[in-house]
Design a protein around this ligand. Structure first.
Ligand code: HEC
Ligand code: HEC
Length: 244
């Protein structure tokens, strides 16, 4: 209940706060560009250079997103004062008048390539495909085009949370290779890369746990013709889940 009161009090005072766009830009540059890119052109987080932000349709919602974040991927900025939040919101709104970069690819061709290139063998889109990697049904609302391109060409550059590869070496010297699905001090559960099945191991029965940060199970598609990469990016960018 108290959280509701805090939120309500916050919404009211935020409404009254005056935005200082220059201050908002300084805060944005130091705290938001890591994920949203210089000038909000996007990166790990979506581009903010558009007039309509699906998760922040009005100023109140935008201030709330900035203060409280969007779990699990975007952290809240609880340390910012009400005036600072209003200022960052003012700056973000000013980015909306920047024209988004038009994409060179063709989403329709990308849709066909998504199947023929084997992407759907590892990814679900609107319930179709296989869930070895992340569900991509709303990927276009969460990542910008540059990120999507890099995810395909250099998949080990930005691994989303929850895709840490490990090699488990058993007491008998056998190697089990997979993505960590769950772990506690005594046991570790992996999902096999080869078949998607899960298996749990007691840590006391393992000779070694080799963690491989920065390694991806997704093949790199750097050798696809550039036009096909662009088509796939256009298709992925068009996948926006419910937030059309
Ligand atoms: C750790 C990375 C990260 C940081 C830091 C971050 N964001 Fe985000 N942000 C994201 C991601 C990822 C999303 C998309 C989340 C979703 O759709 O569930 C997002 C979504 C948003 C949205 C909604 C966009 C839309 O299309 O509706 C806004 C607005 C936003 N962020 C603003 C900010 C501002 C302003 C800051 C700095 C105070 C910030 N973000 C810091 C990752 C981040
Ligand atoms: C062998 C399985 C496999 C195939 C085939 C595959 N992927 Fe992936 N993909 C993954 C996994 C696993 C991840 C999670 C991150 C990582 O390990 O790189 C991922 C991550 C991604 C991401 C980033 C998702 C995010 O949340 O940031 C995108 C985009 C993507 N893949 C697109 C594609 C496209 C397009 C193709 C086809 C050209 C493709 N993938 C083929 C397994 C695969």
């Amino acid at each position: 209940m108290w959280q509701l009161l805090v939120v309500a009090a916050f919404a009211q005072s935020a409404h009254d706060a005056v935005a200082d766009v220059a201050l908002g830009k300084r805060i944005f540059d130091s705290q938001c560009t890591v994920c949203h890119g210089q000038g909000g052109t996007g990166g790990r987080g979506p581009a903010l250079t558009k007039p309509l932000l699906p998760k922040a349709p009005d100023d109140g919602a935008l201030r709330k997103v900035i203060a409280m974040g969007l779990p699990p991927e975007m952290p809240g900025s609880w340390q910012l004062s009400v005036r600072e939040v209003a200022s960052v919101a003012g700056y973000v709104r000013s980015l909306g008048s920047v024209k988004p970069e038009p994409l060179p690819g063709d989403a329709g061709r990308g849709f066909a390539l998504f199947k023929t290139t084997g992407c759907s063998g590892c990814h679900l889109v609107n319930g179709v495909g296989t869930a070895v990697g992340p569900d991509l049904s709303a990927i276009g609302a969460r990542r910008n085009a540059a990120f999507l391109k890099r995810a395909m060409v250099e998949p080990s550059k930005d691994l989303p949370d929850g895709y840490l590869l490990v090699n488990l070496i058993t007491a008998e010297g056998k190697v089990a290779r997979g993505v960590v699905a769950a772990e506690d001090p005594f046991s570790i559960q992996i999902r096999y890369v080869s078949n998607g099945n899960y298996e749990s191991f007691r840590k006391s029965g393992l000779k070694e746990i080799q963690r491989q940060p920065g390694e991806s199970t997704m093949p790199a598609y750097g050798n696809l013709p550039a036009g096909q990469v662009d088509d796939l990016v256009a298709y992925l960018a068009s996948l926006r889940g419910d937030s059309k």
